[in-house]
Design a binder for this molecule. Structure first.
Ligand code: ZN
Length: 417
């Protein structure tokens, strides 16, 4: 019996997701139609431990929208009773988080090393940044733009044919640790760039005339934590004086209306804005790099998931961006291009009204630095799997997103400033 228990324990520990097991946990989607519904969910959030998937926190719930949250096994009966008593319409998106978590590794290509159609852990991605740069010296160079809270090097890949005074597009992935499809896309983008350069005229032209700065994972510490301890982790892993809670939301930590709206000043919250703007070494490194390269960077793209949206400034305020009409037209054309491959529908618009107000985001900050084309992508899906999108969806998701990024890049080339 003891031997059996040891075996089971070893098997569990060696699974992809160590730590939290999520057995019997569910993800609910609740329709919110009136103020009473909002109050019911606030009450639930006070009395049970809800993990908000969409929106990012209980304070961001809007009328006439849906709210997705994960519920601990022991709270499910309570949550269902409260929803029923108050006549809230809801559905169960995920019936057992643990099962979906196990099936996300559903790609049959089970190579042990790096794969573009698998979720790669940080160690594998780190080795890949070195390898892809070494194998493509005429197209890729690797640099380090800073170190994470836990002391890891933040690698940046510069992708493009060498040339004088080239304009550039900056793209980052992996802000929020649990949004695994995001780093997968940055890797896919680099691979497609080198694979199609010299073979496909559009990519060849883009890389001849533009440089792409690709940051494969911004929040490396958090990403590692999702692989080792808690798949549902979102924030960085920093600690700050005065609290025992860990982590800051990197996308609430930029100096753009910092912490004024849609962000929390409580270190224990998932949308904690940090003790100050750029308090996180990761966000500071990104901001420093962009400030140092402002003359060449013409577009800023940040890749998140989920909900299939393309957002542009502003999120920290309901005011419209100065070139709002242009951004709207560009977003409209881009999502049309994205949908052309697999029919995947995206919504688009200014962040504050399209998703919800949230201050301290990197897209708003980059825009206010003078980068006219600044977009946040929320990749697949719309909630069927949420953050647990299976590996078998990586290819289609990345293929369609690739079309969107190339479309924007081409537009930027035609509208240099
Ligand atoms: Zn995100």
């Amino acid at each position: 019996m003891l031997a059996f228990l040891v075996l089971v324990t070893v098997a569990l520990a060696s699974a992809h997701h160590g730590g939290e097991h999520f057995e019997g946990e569910k993800v609910f989607r609740v329709n919110v139609e009136d103020e009473n519904h909002v109050n019911v969910i606030h009450e639930l959030a006070r009395n049970t431990q809800l993990d908000f998937w969409k929106p990012d926190s209980v304070t961001q719930i809007k009328l006439h929208s849906t709210v997705d949250f994960r519920v601990k096994a022991e709270d499910i009966v309570t949550v269902e009773n409260v929803l029923k008593q108050n006549e809230l319409q809801y559905e169960v998106l995920i019936n057992n988080v643990r099962r979906v978590l196990e099936t996300q590794f559903d790609n049959r290509v089970r190579a042990s090393g790096h794969s573009y159609e698998k979720y790669n852990n940080w160690e594998t991605i780190e080795a890949w940044t070195q390898q892809v740069a070494t194998e493509n010296p005429d197209l890729i160079s690797r640099s380090v733009i800073g170190t994470t809270f836990e002391g890891r090097a933040m690698y940046l890949l510069k992708v493009g044919k060498a040339g004088p005074n080239k304009p550039a597009i900056f793209m980052d992935c992996g802000f929020h640790a649990r949004e695994w499809i995001s780093p997968a896309f940055c890797q896919w983008f680099v691979r497609e760039s080198v694979r199609t350069y010299g073979r496909e005229i559009h990519m060849t032209e883009l890389l001849d005339k533009l440089d792409f700065y690709v940051l494969p994972v911004l929040n490396i510490d958090g990403y590692i934590y999702t692989w080792t301890k808690n798949r549902m982790w979102r924030k960085t892993r920093s600690t700050h004086a005065g609290s025992s809670c860990i982590g800051t939301d990197p996308n609430r930590n930029f100096d753009a209306g910092w912490c004024e709206i849609g962000a929390s000043r409580s270190p224990c919250d998932d949308t904690y804005c940090g003790p100050a703007a750029e308090s996180e070494t990761e966000t500071k490194a990104l901001a420093d790099f962009i400030r140092d390269n402002l003359s060449s960077i013409k577009a800023y793209l940040t890749i998140h998931s989920y909900s299939q949206m393309m957002l542009y400034p502003y999120s920290y305020d309901y005011k419209l961006a100065e070139n709002n009409v242009e951004l709207n037209a560009l977003a409209k054309a881009t999502v049309k291009e994205l949908a052309s491959l697999h029919g995947t529908k995206y919504t688009y618009g200014p962040g504050a009204t399209t998703i919800y107000p949230a201050a301290g985001g990197s897209d708003d900050w980059a825009y206010d630095q003078g980068i006219k084309y600044s977009f946040t992508f929320e990749l697949r899906d719309k909630g069927r799997y949420g953050f647990l999108l299976p590996e078998s969806k990586i290819r289609a998701t990345c293929e369609e997103t690739m079309l969107a990024i190339k479309y924007i890049a081409n537009y930027v080339l035609e509208h240099l400033y």
